[in-house]
Design a protein around this ligand. Structure first.
Ligand code: PLP
Length: 434
């Protein structure tokens, strides 16, 4: 177990609670706690700035990622520990495909659960494995689609970790559900008769419930956990390394809870040359509206084909604002674009006409990128999930038949083991303590 002694605390990265700035913790404590008091998000007091970005961009992905994360947590954990964790977490491909001249897809879906969440969840599992020692922990998390699978696989079979995952019943794709609801053993899944936002609310309530806290050592594996965000910084560097940057690269990030975008902004704050970011949402457009008129007015969640982004109250938004504040930037630099269903399908068809297969989340980002790219700019959209995870909508929109990759073919006929509950905190409490 890694603990910091008072003297060491002076030299390591510290994080503060965005709601209570006096609450300051080490990285390992932030990872174990997940959230600060009052459900506040942890945010670094200082963002490390890399002096040698050009040299770093020449390194292979894993080696470069070790250096990037070493700048954050090397002084606390030791560079050798950081290196071991990265090597074990990032052991899959990360291709960048030029789909049209000057438009790149950053394919983040080649991990074991075919979604970008594998980067964060696998790294977080490494962190907890390093910090937790013999302590038995319960990971409690809500998923709008892909977090569930990534977390379940990252922690599957670990003796001291019990994983409980809530998801909105009927609002994730059948393939997404199969990927994490058939595992059993230490993975318990709960289908809630509600949208994603209430699932997230139930989880938040559990974290502040005195009875639950007294009995369980709770941890959240949502993108509110800072370890996940740090891991995600690394692939933005890879995109710039492969596409090559003359300060002309624009990133379009398909956004739901805004963890992915936060990681990109942190990469930029570390010195990565990025011209600008686009926050691409589906019809759940709280952020694009806010960026236009500075009024935070979350609407009711709307169900869309990019269901993992059906989030009306993105929990990472305070961090997005905090990054701009920390680097003395202005929120005006961020463009928000909301892409409706017809535009999403049109984007999928257009990419397909270029010989590129995509699913609705990537297509939202690609559409936003196309709408906004100016002459002299090149763009990267983040392809956050494998098209086969959204087999039904991809086949319907493109009129094609998709073959399942082995990861999905394996689970297609497995039985769903989820327990169903209504949107009722007492029911969840019963399950957790029962
Ligand atoms: C496929 C996919 N794309 C995009 C997102 C949105 O990412 P974020 O919540 O970090 O904004 C998610 C989140 O679950 C996702 O699963």
């Amino acid at each position: 177990m890694i603990e910091t002694v008072p003297g060491e605390f002076e030299t390591i990265m510290k994080l503060y609670n965005l709601k209570h700035p006096d609450e300051i913790v080490s990285f390992s404590l932030a990872v174990r706690q997940g959230m600060g008091s009052d459900r506040g998000l942890f945010f670094p007091l200082k963002i490390p700035f890399l002096q040698d970005v050009n040299a770093l961009l020449k390194l292979p992905f894993v080696e470069r990622s070790c250096r990037i994360l070493d700048a954050w947590i090397g002084s606390e954990l030791g560079s050798d520990v950081v290196e071991r964790m990265i090597k074990q977490a990032f052991d899959f491909a990360l291709p960048i495909v030029e789909v049209e001249s000057g438009i790149f897809s950053l394919e983040l879906f080649h991990g074991p659960t075919l979604a970008f969440k594998d980067f964060g969840a696998r790294f977080m599992a490494q962190c907890l494995g390093t910090f937790a020692g013999d302590e038995r922990i319960t990971i409690l998390t809500a998923t709008s689609g892909d977090t569930g699978a990534a977390v379940a696989h990252a922690f599957y079979g670990l003796e001291n970790v019990h994983v409980v995952i809530l998801y909105p019943e009927g609002r994730i794709s059948p393939m997404q559900e199969k990927l994490f609801c058939c595992l059993g053993r230490n993975i318990q899944t709960i289908a809630v008769a509600a949208d994603f936002d209430p699932c997230q609310e139930l989880v938040k309530k559990a974290f502040v419930d005195a009875d639950i806290r007294a009995k369980l050592r709770l941890n959240s594996a949502n993108s509110i956990n800072i370890s996940r965000l740090l891991a995600q910084i690394c692939y933005y560097f890879e995109a710039v390394a492969v596409a090559g940057s003359v300060d002309d690269l624009v990133f379009a990030v398909p956004s739901g809870n805004f963890g992915n975008l936060t990681a990109g902004l942190l990469a930029q704050a570390m010195g990565l040359p990025v011209k600008r970011f686009i926050a691409a949402t589906n019809s759940n457009d709280t952020v694009p509206r806010y960026l236009q008129n500075r009024q935070w007015l979350p609407g009711k969640t709307v169900a869309t084909s990019s269901n993992a982004m059906d989030v009306a109250e993105p929990s990472n938004w305070p961090r997005v604002e905090a990054v701009y504040q920390a680097r003395g930037g202005r929120l005006d630099e961020l463009l928000g674009i909301s892409v409706n269903e017809e535009q999403t399908f049109e984007s999928m068809r257009r990419l397909h006409a270029c010989g590129y297969l995509s699913e609705p989340h990537a297509a939202v980002a690609a559409s936003a990128l196309r709408q906004s790219l100016k002459s002299g700019e090149r763009g990267v959209f983040l392809a956050t999930a494998h098209p086969a995870k959204f087999k039904e909508s991809v086949e319907q929109v493109l009129g094609i038949e998709l073959e399942l990759p082995p990861e999905l073919a394996r689970v297609r006929d497995c039985r769903i083991l989820s327990r169903r509950i209504s949107n009722d905190f007492l029911k969840l409490k019963e399950v957790l303590l029962g």
